[in-house]
Design a protein around this ligand. Structure first.
Ligand SMILES: Cc1ncc(COP(=O)(O)O)c(C=O)c1O
Length: 406
């Protein structure tokens, strides 16, 4: 049984007040809060076990290396990867997708080659492909979402042409909450020999992920949304794709030998991990993922589905509130605007006065905002510790804001 009150007690920040009101933290889509076990692991690593990794032969370096390297296996388990050597540790999704853009796509894509993106991608899964468009004449093909905010896998597959070299698509929209059927996209793409990159920044937070079952080639995650430290993350890369990649960032740790006139590289995944990494951040991420797996990722998803259903019914009752995205199985992420002149920034300021933290802005999703004909929305995004009572506080605060603006 998932006991949300016990879960909440694991997150010290949730007991603080904001503007004299109990904090209602609904900005999990931007970044999630950290459980005490993660905070303790970070403190412990710096207090008792800190040294650089992979380099020393002394005790502390060995402890730090063992803990850091152990996280590869935890991530492999979290994503059900067949081999932990397919896990490249990094600072998060942005770095992961850039690793693929620079390491896999840049050396192989020619002018006129095509990359397919959905219109609801985050800038992290757009701008690296714009670099290829600007610098190499690569063409970006956009696939729209329908009026409910769903992405039809067949529409993605129909966009494949003879020059398509990659499909890059989100698993779960950070704005609409839409869950994308990435498995269907991967199955069709595989038949046509097109690799698929899945941006799992939100997907891995809200549902169990099995990269083998999905059948993708790249799956990017970001630690700070997974209740771990910022500056941690990973990208899972299918072995065959890894073999095709050249290293992206050069420096220490990713080499085998360096001479004046030559350099050879370490075996993957180290080949893609240059320089001193986020040692403690990564150790913290391992603890965060173990925490999630301890609660049960399916249990978390079930809890959030209850919250999503309740939030949907409450928000739908506000006929002056326009919720974007009506996908059937949508996650507990609600972007909305208010009738009248209220700008989402003003709305979020009022909600903040009631202790409710939401995000206002374009959510790093410019093409989706264009598609919706909006410049900004407010977004309430729920996590594993949120409750139905917090939905009620959000609704009360929205009603107050509506009265004020009216
Ligand atoms: C869907 C999606 N992709 C990518 C990112 C980028 O993540 P990061 O900034 O941690 O690299 C985010 C973060 O908001 C996101 O929601």
């Amino acid at each position: 049984m998932y006991d949300v009150e016990t879960v909440r007690a694991d997150f010290p920040i949730l007991s603080r007040e904001v503007n004299g009101k109990p904090l209602v933290y609904l900005d999990n889509g931007a970044s999630a809060q950290k459980p005490q076990v993660v905070i303790d692991a970070v403190t412990n690593a710096y207090s008792h076990e800190y040294a650089n990794v992979h380099r020393g032969l002394h005790t502390l370096s060995n402890i730090a290396t063992e803990k850091y390297e152990g996280v590869r296996g935890i991530i492999a388990r979290f994503l059900n990867a067949a081999d932990e050597r397919e896990v490249v540790l990094n600072t998060g999704t942005t770095q992961g997708i850039n690793t693929v853009a620079y390491g896999w796509a840049m050396p192989r894509l020619e002018p006129g080659d095509e990359i397919i993106l959905s219109v609801m991608e985050h800038h992290a899964n757009i701008v690296p492909w714009h670099f290829l468009r600007e610098r190499q004449g690569v063409v970006i093909r956009w696939v729209d979402v329908d009026e409910k905010g769903d992405l039809d896998p067949q529409a993605v597959l129909d966009a494949i042409g003879p020059r398509t070299k990659l499909i890059a698509v989100t698993h779960l929209s950070n704005v609409l909450g839409t869950v994308v059927d990435v498995k269907a996209i991967c199955a069709g793409a595989r038949e046509r020999g097109v690799p698929v990159l899945v941006d799992g920044s939100q997907g891995a937070v809200h549902m169990p992920v099995d990269v083998q079952e999905i059948g993708c080639d790249f799956y990017a995650i970001t630690g700070h949304k997974l209740y771990g430290p910022s500056g941690s993350g990973a990208i899972w890369i299918r072995r065959e794709r890894m073999e095709e990649m050249r290293p992206f960032i050069g420096g220490g740790d990713m080499i085998r030998e360096v001479h004046k006139d030559s350099v050879t590289y370490a075996e993957p995944p180290m080949k893609f991990e240059a320089g001193t990494p986020g040692i403690v951040q990564t150790i913290g991420l391992g603890v965060a993922l173990n925490y999630m797996m301890g609660l049960g990722v399916a249990n978390i998803a079930a809890h959030e589905a209850r919250i999503a259903a309740y939030a949907k019914s409450r928000l739908e009752g506000l006929n002056w509130l326009h919720v974007q995205g009506r996908s059937e199985g949508k996650a507990a992420i609600f972007s909305f605007t208010l009738d009248g002149a209220a700008h989402p920034h003003d709305l979020s300021t009022i909600l903040d006065k009631k202790g409710v933290a939401v995000r206002a802005g374009h959510h790093c999703a410019g093409p989706l905002m264009d598609h919706l004909g909006l410049t900004a929305t407010c977004r309430a995004s729920f996590g594993l510790y949120n409750t139905e009572a917090e939905v009620d506080v959000l609704v009360e605060a929205l009603e107050l804001a509506h009265d004020l603006f009216a």
